[in-house]
Design a protein. Sequence first.
Length: 641
Amino acid sequence: MTPFATVLARFARITRPRPKLNIWQWADSVRYLARGVSAKSRHGATRYSSSDAPHQRGVMESFTDPEVQTTVMIGASQVFGKTEIFNNVLGYFMDYRSGNAVVMYPTVDSSEKYSKKKLMPMIRSTPVLDALVPNSRSRDSGNTILVKEYTGGSIFLVGANSTSSLRGATGELLLADEIDSYEDSVGDEGDAVDLLWKRGESYPTAVQAVSSTPTIEGSSRIWSWFQMSDQRFWFVPCPHCGVHGLFKWSQESAVKTGPSYFVEWPKDKPAEAFIVCASCAKSIDDTQRLAMYFNGRWQATAPFTGIRGFHLNWIYCPWPAKKGYKNRLHQMAEEWERGKKKGEQSLKVIVNTGLCETWKIKLEDRPDHEALMLRLEDYPTEIPDPVVYLTASVDTQADRLEYEIQGWAIGEELYGIKTGKIFGNPHLADAWNQLDGILSGTFAHPCGVALRIGCTLIDSGGQHDAKAFAKPVYNFVRRRQGRYIFACKGSSELGSPLVVGRLQKNGIMLHSVGGDVAKSIIYERLSIMTPGPGYCHFGVGRGYDEEYFKQLTAEAVSINKGKRQWVKLRARNEGLDLRVYGHAAFELRNVNLQAVSDNLRKSAVPPPEEPKEPKTFILKPASEASLPPKPRRRVGFVKWV
């Protein structure tokens, strides 16, 4: 071939239109699994193949379907392949579509983990993607852990717990993972998923997806999304009667649609587990189960309204069983039996992550947040007259400090004085300076005396890294312990004392707060309906809104094997935590409210006396003005000389 013909051939290859591929076709043709991410790539990067898990194909096709607004994914851990699906979608958009993408995880830390452990290994092991992303060592690469710039766009990795990480991030591709772990609100800005969708507001063709393991019945975000979708399940054909149905664990399954196949085994013999077809009543072994999976298909069970949902439980698993088990059915039955012996919390993990269903908790009664909102009342003064003592509590969060000031009256009748948020990084001084201003302030009592906060407890447990969060708390309280401002840490041990202090080697008095005792006291007193001893008041316009009352009632008691345990029913429970620390602060000072009240009244500033009215003098006219009286003549007296 002549040099000219060679150049012409190369030019033709460069300018040749790229074949139209969907996401899984693109992944099958160019993607590699990074070394160590699966058994298949244990010894080095290996070509990805969607034929290993064919259910992933339909899910990936949803991302490029012009009729789909949002894709919802609920899948068993290590079975559904959600991370590889996300990787394929991101890689496809980088190579084929270009533009920006925003990926949200529950926290900034978890976003960093995905970036370092999943995303970058996938990019570096796939040549077509590696060529698009500059080396992070390059000075002008723009390649950081949370922002990946590539030829044609950027990938922003953000945390649902941080409003600052969302600012400046916009994209046509929006992915939200593990949404059941998100806080109910990002600061005061609202739902994290809704905020993420706003990042694609300027893109009419924005692609949206949510994924998560379901959690508690009635409070699972992903389950709510799935209920709004067309609810697709992987229907498989029975090898005996040919009926297409769903693999379910038992008759009590939360999934009530379609013909079913149930897992059974003889008592105490999980190794002999098998599947029974509900249509023909014939048994199915594990080899047949696997063949059924590979012959399955996605089928919608609800009307399509723009949201496409996919659900896949662990019974569909195409991977071999772990060592020590005959097959996958044996492994699943054995794990279920062990979970039953360990207790409800172990079974909950299987139901959530394996069966991909919500967990129904048997709960004791708890206060109704809507009923508590009806207690809101106007206080005529900054501090209601019955209040004689003040405490404060502070909860540390990743991007803010939350506080509450409580007022105590005789009989431990409690008045909510104020609750609020101070936004800022707890590792910086600004937020703590604002808090110091609040805690060192005075509050005007109707009797004329200025009240100060008598005791404050500040949570030093942190949300994700306890040691990192404890340091700024310790720095703040170190010079303020003389003002009864202390660090504290919650204890989940049942029956532990309400508050116990221990002096640390660093000179910090750290108080352990018994959550079980405190929450029991709080819920008991919230049930008191008549003002008086133990009753709880809440002031209008002082931060006690609907979100606060939801947080105050965010936990409930569940009985597991005869033992009490507190269960979170929603992600945010700061309102309850603040009350817990407030009760502990009051208990810590062992306040005699009657004696304090008597001293307060003695110190009361008497009201100023009303000015007396001046005397009124009526002047007579000058003509009637009287002259000095003449001396009266004495009669009958003789003056002797």
